[in-house]
Design a protein around this ligand. Sequence first.
Ligand SMILES: Cc1cc2nc3c(=O)[nH]c(=O)nc-3n(C[C@H](O)[C@H](O)[C@H](O)COP(=O)(O)OP(=O)(O)OC[C@H]3O[C@@H](n4cnc5c(N)ncnc54)[C@H](O)[C@@H]3O)c2cc1C
Length: 423
Amino acid sequence: MAEEGYTVKDRVGWTDPASHADQPDRADLVVVGAGTIGGWASVFARADGAERVIVLDRGHVGMGASSRAAGIVRAQGGTPATVALGRWSIDFYSGQRAAYGTDSGFRELGYLILAVTEDDELAGRERVAMQRANGLDVAWLDAATAAATAVTLSPDGHRGGSYVATDGAIDPPRNVRAYFLAMQAGGVELREGTTFAALRTAPTRGATRVVAVETDRGTIETDRVLLTGGPSLRAVGRAAGLRIPAGAARHTVAVLEPNPAFDVPRMPMVFDIGAGLYWRLEEGGLLFGWSDPDERLGEARSIDWAAYDRARARLAAFVPITRELELRRIWAATIDYTPDHLPIIGPALTPDGARIEGVTVASAGGHGMMWGPGVARVAADLIASGRTSLTDVSDLGLDRFDARGRSRLASDPIALPFPVNAE
Ligand SMILES: Cc1cc2nc3c(=O)[nH]c(=O)nc-3n(C[C@H](O)[C@H](O)[C@H](O)COP(=O)(O)OP(=O)(O)OC[C@H]3O[C@@H](n4cnc5c(N)ncnc54)[C@H](O)[C@@H]3O)c2cc1C
């Protein structure tokens, strides 16, 4: 991993904005958003040698999607780039304790992605061939083997699926705690309650270059900026004078009560990809989450109980024991997505296609637990040198979208049923 050799600088960077009153407010890098992308990217950039890294959050660290996620982490991506981001992120989580003395609670559970129709199976087997060609140890399990592996899964109603034993889950609040502590130990300056308002730019040798960031608490001079924002990235982009086709929609997660049927040494996570429904064990009960393909866009404000009933009926068909189980907790939160379900990582481009030098945009497109560390690593690499060796991200920039936010790339086939536009 690129963090090998990372040494925590002897420097306390935990600051109150007022403590900078006696010096010009200047940073080597300003990161907008203290979610998992901005948080880990700030840690990587600081370790790469950026002397003063300031992270802004309009609220507090992790208060966006990053603390509310279900924690599913998979290297089973639908494209070579997302396989690479997932593999890198799993390696990162696995090595985190040794590198930082903290962890995000990653545990290996295995992940089965079900095929229900013949078409699903055809697409699934093609996907497995692509993943294997990209170094992933993935197998196709027939229905009986899938049911024997996932223990409480019915052998009926599906055609088996793809399986990776090393996929798993993190604990999202613990991940927030982990990057928060790594930021603190590394000397990153976190400014909570500080809203990014605009970029200030200046013409330099024929290009437009960022020179400062405007916030509601003053101006920070800088020649490098990372824009993140998760479900708010579109608005962050608008404030920066960019058009970023990133969307936000409701996503719901529920946990059912514990049951002895789940008291097994290992029960892999399962994804019913066609319905956008996944489940995994959580504290002896079953956690499941879903996105409704007909969801209205925008911020999640309430539980859709009719959609809950549909998700439970579908879950019961696959995991019959859940028919008997009471609901223990449920939450609806706002998830980020991109129209092609792929991450956005690349330079800032204005609506007329002009590049703003020094500004990088990063989003995991609704997959911030599984790809987040990888996306943050790539963002830090692009900031430092304009290049990354993690994977080829040349297609993943804003220039893949047309004026209406439509992508010229095929969508990642393994995703929740997110809307196909972000308008
Ligand atoms: C219910 C739910 C379940 C999920 N489950 C999974 C899962 O199982 N696996 C998976 O991989 N992904 C999952 N996700 C998606 C994942 O949580 C996100 O992709 C990821 O957290 C996004 O991280 P981020 O850092 O880009 O954004 P966020 O965590 O949202 O952070 C962005 C930050 O930017 C701040 N901000 C916004 N505007 C401004 C501004 N103008 N100025 C300053 N700060 C600003 C916000 O306050 C916020 O703290 C889930 C999401 C939800 C909602």
